[in-house]
Design a binder for this molecule. Structure first.
Ligand code: NAD
Length: 278
């Protein structure tokens, strides 16, 4: 074959090469997602539901709950309240026969919390600890107990790039996200011989209501997107895909560790030349 036709063929494929896809099968599995009404949690619920799982969405957002598709079962749950964490796990197991996956996702980051530690107000502090830290712990307390009885299960903590590096104005949210990574690592080690895996996922900036609410503090959407080497915000589905994979048997040797899904953010040094402004 001559060189010319190959070059022409390659040229016609520029920007048009096959990218590859993965299809997930979570048929028959029972999945509990906290904060599943919006943003990343909603994409995770949708991803599991469309790959065959029974999904329970534990959230406080009654308004949105009415818009959830039929395959996603809403259970009003405030993860800051231990008895509600227990109830949603107990009811899920009783109603659907087990608990295969728990995704600790519900968290808040109020706009008023973007201050120095000296200006943090007690209400923001207590709510972030109660939901973002204690909520993860008590959902795991009851979820892991149920999984230990069935000798299988996977827990995913949704952490953050801010668990690993920090910035100005996140004196409570950032350290709690670091704790979410260590929670997953500790639980992963503790329950490894019980057939249970525990991992965390650390997203970069993902286009969700949480991020839309604090764009101003971040210099606007274009500015925030440009800090990521891939030059854009992530999509909630891109976090869901990582969770669908990590909780499947394809990831059976992965536990007690963290996966960054961050558009290159974590690899980009603060000493590096910033990308040109778009
Ligand atoms: N969006 C991002 O850029 C980003 C980046 C890194 C990490 N994260 C993490 O991803 C997770 C989801 O973030 P998001 O951007 O989708 O947030 P979001 O604000 O869009 O959604 C959070 C969901 O949690 C629910 N929730 C709030 N308080 C609750 C409570 N007490 N009990 C039960 N549910 C409650 C809300 O009703 C909502 O449905 C969080 O853990 C967040 O810290 C997000």
């Amino acid at each position: 074959m001559s060189q010319q036709p190959i070059n022409d063929r390659a040229k016609s494929n520029v920007g048009n090469r096959p990218l590859g896809t993965v299809r997930y099968d979570h048929s028959g599995r029972v999945v509990l997602v906290t904060g599943g009404c919006n943003g990343i949690g909603r994409a995770i619920c949708d991803g599991f539901a469309s790959s065959g799982a029974t999904v329970v969405c534990a959230d406080v957002d009654i308004k949105i709950s009415k818009e959830l598709p039929a395959g996603i079962h809403f259970r009003k749950t405030d993860v800051a309240i231990e008895s509600e964490c227990k109830s949603v796990v107990d009811e899920t197991v009783a109603e659907f026969g087990g608990l295969d996956v728990l995704v600790n996702n519900a968290a808040i980051q109020p706009a008023s919390s973007y201050v120095r530690i000296e200006d943090v107000n007690r209400d923001d502090y207590d709510r972030m600890v109660a939901i973002n830290l204690t909520g993860f712990a008590f959902m795991a307390k009851y979820g892991l107990k149920a999984m230990r009885q069935q000798r299988s299960g996977v827990v995913v903590n949704i952490a953050s790039g801010q668990a690993h590096r920090t910035s100005r104005g996140v004196p409570v949210y950032g350290p709690i996200k670091a704790a979410n990574v260590l929670q997953a690592m500790q639980w992963g080690v503790e329950y490894a011989r019980d057939g249970i895996r525990v991992v965390s996922v650390s997203p970069g900036a993902i286009n969700t209501p949480l991020v839309q609410a604090i764009l101003e503090q971040q210099g606007g959407e274009k500015e925030l997107a440009n800090r990521h080497p891939l030059g854009r915000l992530g999509k909630p589905e891109e976090i869901a895909h990582a969770v669908l994979w990590l909780t499947s048997s394809a990831a059976s040797f992965i536990t007690a560790t963290d996966l960054a899904v961050d558009g290159g953010l974590g690899g980009f040094g603060s000493f590096a030349d910033p990308y040109p402004k778009p």
